[in-house]
Design a binder for this molecule. Sequence first.
Ligand SMILES: Nc1nc2c(ncn2[C@@H]2O[C@H](COP(=O)(O)OP(=O)(O)OP(=O)(O)O)[C@@H](O)[C@H]2O)c(=O)[nH]1
Ligand SMILES: [Mg+2]
Length: 476
Amino acid sequence: MSRDDATTDDPDPDRRGGTEADDPDAAPAVVAARSSDAEPDTAEIRELAAAAGYAVVGEVTQRRREDPTYGLGRGGAEDLMRLAAETDAAAVIYDGSLSPGQTFSVGDLLPTDTAVVDRPRLALELFGDAADSRAADLQLELARLRYELPRLRETVARDSSEDVRLRPEGDGRVRDVERRIESAEHALDRLADDREKRRAERREAGFDLVALAGYANAGKSTLARRLADDVDDPEGADGPDDTDDPDGASIAGGPGRSPSAGDRPFETLSTATRRATLGGRRAVVTDTVGFLDGLPHEAIRSFRATLDAVRRADCALLVVDASEEPATVRRKLRTSLSAIEATDGPVIPVLTKVDRVGSNDLAAAADACESVADALDADEVPVAGSLRSPVPVSARNGAGLGELVDAVADALPTATAAMTVPNGGDAQAALSWAYDRGVVSGVEYAGETVAVELAGRPDVVAAAERRLAGGDDGES
Ligand SMILES: Nc1nc2c(ncn2[C@@H]2O[C@H](COP(=O)(O)OP(=O)(O)OP(=O)(O)O)[C@@H](O)[C@H]2O)c(=O)[nH]1
Ligand SMILES: [Mg+2]
């Protein structure tokens, strides 16, 4: 074993997360982590493992470059083998991505009933069977199939005759997975079309579309509940008020989830929408599924509903936990923006949980935010060009929410118009149409006429103008 190898055996049992000791059903697992530039920090992978139902019973960490065969160095892999045997580990959880070849090499060293779980697989396990809508189901299935396909090809190549080894895609199992991928993609396309239609209908009805995106556990759902019209208690676990989304819109805390599990990743598994009034604008706020490090890129791509909602929003809120280290804030913001790629509308970074940070730390988080925005190349990541100034808020105590609402209202596409028309049945019908769509900002009656001021979505304001002027706009 080379000298840069450093191996530890979990000397400090206090570092183990709370759940594992209490849960007799938890499967024992050993965590493995490697980093080239610093001693690996295993706090997060341990939390994820605990959330996925493992009891972490030991760890092997290494500071060294990646080994092409095992990911870890040979020495670390052998320590892992010994520790897994000693602890009867059901799984070895690797804090990073392993190639199909590395997965098999590590697996070959381990006891036969110890599974190799890399970070992407752990993320997929975390989603579990908890998918709570057809779209979430399909997205998960697609993410799993895309993760499995290269590994299945590797298995086929290892198990088979020379012929198949050269062309593993000729194997029936591989073709079957490819067919299932294709059919899940088609089904998701159809759902995406439905969502697009729904967005068009909502806009036509005068609603602005606002979407919240960000990392798992950033505080998106709490903020969405705060912004929604029907909520007094931001922590109240109420459902969305608009459940007719083609996703079968639903929100976290569904069957099988304990209500106290607010901090587990993927509280929210489907996009969900709520009505909100933001600076006088009627909006539909969409809460989305959180990003997580180490999710396979294909899986992120298959999270179409989340990405579509953000990309097609009139204004997107990129929610960042301001109580994390500036380096973490930077990394998460950068990763979120790269996943989002490009948006139709402006994007406002929201630094949330400011009730947990002092003013210096908040300033550092805000600087981290600005530095990401400045460093991004708008040619490579077009969304960089859509970024507005970050807004600090606390969804817990309400600080900054007024400023956030103002920033959103300011970012939304807005047109204004003023006109004076003869008062009568036609004008009243047109006015009532415009009221329904929330674009009337002033009305004054003077004798036979009525003076109307309009403000709101440009297309709706234009349609209201046509109706007031006596055109019927093709719709009754
Ligand atoms: N102190 C504090 N805690 C907050 C705030 N907003 C959210 N939290 C807590 O942070 C945790 C995560 O909040 P969620 O709103 O569920 O986060 P999310 O981004 O929707 O998480 P996922 O759905 O898992 O992606 C919960 O325990 C919340 O109570 C805040 O402004 N201040
Ligand atoms: Mg959520």
